[in-house]
Design a protein around this ligand. Structure first.
Ligand code: OXD
Length: 310
């Protein structure tokens, strides 16, 4: 029984050690040409391999990242499970990113960095206090809930939106179309942590920005295709939005001549909100393999009908 690792060798060598120590009965390999395709039961990868049909006995594909939209449209045989990485290292890093971006927008860091470039000493006053700042999260899965949990400590007014209704202590939870509109109307800093699906592609558009109060700002750590970049630029130029942190863009990498790069109110990071950490991800994967082999659902099992993007 082979677990084929098709990601980078650095992380692979840490996975290899963890498998040797904790799951020696499963043969770990990073070399597709050195294993018999029929022995491969599990594959770990970031994108679907082009030659997936070689692996006739494949049981599951493990994605090394949290998002699985890149598998949309891939010819994954019906019986093969797709499992996304739900790992504490990703949750912690995304939470750090969200806190960094929210505090930066709250305290106008992006404006002060631009002022520094122009050697301008100018205080932006009055500085709203956190209790007066309304921070909302789109997407109340593991990542959204963790971000909200940590944001609580700063005293912001918190809201969250998800497709189906949720209850989270200390957070005003909204759902559905009407819930989205009423949450947006009361949001100063909007954080997008939604997965990319046919319903969320293009969700951050002119219409959504218009529902936010003047001066609101955006943290986009979902997926690039959710954002209408022209609508964002127009909203920033019109002063309707005051700033944005973008960790994801469409395409990635963002071409050097794209106007998002040079906009003074935008901070761009190269999809680094979370980078799967091999030590903990290997143990998460091993735990999931144990669940699979016991006939149970692994953590992060993807409902394949849900994530299709058109
Ligand atoms: C992702 C990741 O899915 O980096 O974006 O894990």
């Amino acid at each position: 029984m082979v677990f084929l690792f098709l990601c980078d060798a650095d992380r692979g060598s840490i996975f290899a050690q963890a498998f040797a120590e904790h799951l020696p009965e499963v043969r770990f390999s990073m070399q597709p040409d050195q294993v018999a395709p029929d022995e491969v039961r599990f594959i770990m990868t970031w994108k679907p391999p082009a030659d997936l049909d070689r692996y006739k006995n494949l049981e599951a594909i493990f994605c090394i990242g949290a998002g699985v939209d890149q598998f949309s449209g891939a010819a994954i045989p019906d019986g093969v499970k797709l499992i996304r990485m739900v790992d504490q290292s990703i949750t912690r890093m995304v939470t750090e990113y969200v806190i960094m971006a929210v505090l930066s927008l709250h305290r106008n860091l992006h404006v002060y960095i631009d002022q520094q470039r122009h050697r301008t000493w100018h205080e932006i006053v009055p500085q709203p206090q956190s209790a007066d700042r309304r921070v909302s999260v789109l997407g109340l899965g593991v990542l959204g809930q963790a971000a909200l949990h940590h944001l609580k400590g700063f005293g912001f007014q918190l809201s969250g939106w998800s497709r189906s209704a949720r209850t989270i202590e200390g957070v005003a939870c909204h759902s559905g179309e009407a819930g989205l509109a009423s949450m947006l109307a009361q949001t100063d800093i909007l954080i997008c942590l939604l997965p990319l699906t046919k319903d969320t592609a293009g969700i951050l558009d002119k219409d959504l920005f218009e529902k936010l109060p003047r001066g609101a700002s955006l943290v986009q750590a979902g997926r690039g295709r959710q954002l209408d970049a022209d609508a964002l630029l127009a909203a920033l130029d019109a002063g309707h939005l005051s700033g944005a942190f973008l960790d994801v863009t469409d395409p990635e990498p963002l071409p050097s001549d794209n106007r998002l790069w040079s906009h003074p109110k935008i901070v761009i990071t190269p999809h680094i909100a979370a980078i799967t950490q091999p030590q903990s991800a290997a143990m998460t994967t091993i735990d999931n393999l144990r669940l699979l082999r016991a006939g149970e659902d692994p953590k992060g099992l993807v409902d394949r009908a849900e994530f299709q993007v058109v």
